[in-house]
Design a protein around this ligand. Sequence first.
Ligand SMILES: [Zn+2]
Length: 586
Amino acid sequence: MDCYAKAFFIIIYKCRIGLLAFVLACATGLSAQQADFGAPLKIPPELSGSFAELRGHHFHAGLDFKTLQKEGFPVYAIADGTLSRVVVSGTGYGKALYISHANGMMSVYAHLQRFIPFVEQVIREQQYAKKTFELDMTFPESLQFKKGDLIGYSGNSGSSGGPHLHFELRNKGGENALNPALWGYSVKDDIPPVISTFAIYPSDHHSLANGRSTPLLLPVKCRGKDCLLAQDTIRVFGQMAFGIEAIDKSNGSANKLGLFTMKVFINDELKFAWKLEDVLFSQTRYINAFFDYAHYDTTGKRIQWTYRLPGNRLNIYEKINNRGVYPFFENGVHHVRVEASDVAGNTAVLSVVLQVDDQMESLESKSFLSEELNHSRFFSHAISNTFETDEIKVTIPAKALYEPIYFDYFMESSLNPHIYSKIHHVHHSGTPVHTNYSLKIKPEGLPKTLENKALIGSLDTKENKWIAEGGRLKNGFVSLNIKKFSIFAVCIDTTEPTIKPIDVFNNNVPISQTQLTFRIDDDFSGIGNYVATLNGRWFLMEYDPKTKTLKGMIDAKLPKGEHEFKLTVSDKMSNSAVYKAKIVRQ
Ligand SMILES: [Zn+2]
């Protein structure tokens, strides 16, 4: 009866999604009121981002509610709870607020423009006490919110690509992100997902798809929910895995959203299924093993595998045999059906016919000599591996890789006067790395005076430019812990950041002016630190990296006359620029 007493529409909704979610909700023992969450915004819900949508190195942990491309919409507590955490940052969630509800549930509201005045005041005091704009604080007062209480205003703060409200529901002490659509936060959606590519992965050199052992990518056309390959029949022989590129759409929104479930049937038998009901934050980086990372690295497109790499520990797989690799040895026709569903239950169905052909000849002249040469560099993902020469040391801990690799490496000399080492090609950028590994590069021709300006850079081959990664010279090597393979070298940063005043003209600040704005930028290692003072006292400035602006509010009580303003901006290699002005308050 306890379950039955829940908010009626949520029960209806959960029954539609499936009995599992319903049973789960009941098992957590939520009372009617706690499950009866309210809306965080009063404007009609439209999504620009869905739960578990594929993002850079993580699954999207919540919903992105559109805010009519404007900031400043009131945001409300979805249920009674305690303000447990407030974050203020120029990156990530920007200004974000966390409310803890009963039974370990938590709601998160991110990219806010500002908080309610009481919270703003507590934050301001902390910022001045700690002399920092960025804060991550558990709230000192145990501030209680009631369902529907105003808690702040929607914005575009942090790493946000436009005004919206990022909203999350969590449990397990805030460590597990729940799919809010399963908790009543649904939008109108009767449009099925769209599948655009079907990929076949022969799993070894002896397996062939259309005569090749390399991945076979085939365009897909969908009419409504029915999707077909442009090509009729695919010839295969051997062990195969599959993948699809697919997105979802909802009514009245042009945004590309994520899938909720994917299933593979072979000859009408369910062989594989995953479901994105929740994602542990500790597992979210396994997304790099969830789709074809190498294809993403070269094309920017994500083919979601119906295959699990050995080191992928995501717990979303409901059905999987042999990690999703299927044998196709017996001559004849096999029907593969891939079903991709959104959280509203709309399903796209891709039907593929595979013809097993044991007479198929390989069309490839490719030799596998390079891998054979590298047999000495076989790195198992299960153990720690080291590669070392006089010039470089790479130490990859156990479980940093998702599968065994033949570690590829070569070194070349550089003629670039800004490079202070050999250029090291450390494996391939298309191979994902889950945790940090240790990279040490020996500098070459680095003057003593520049030793504290040396860092490791990686080469962005698309833009053909070096990107600062960080690191420090220690025991004769520039050392860095990093989570990617790339082309690396020792670079230096000796140039200080630039500071450009935006609204200070001839050092005058009229009485009507309420803020000071600067554009700050750094050419390589990036902005590391900034400190502003007004008449010698610390002055709060907010840094927004995406617009490269630094903004400070002038106290209305600042008296007329001359005031000393000083701004010091340093990059990550401690090169500093100073802007000083006598500001005349008129
Ligand atoms: Zn978001």
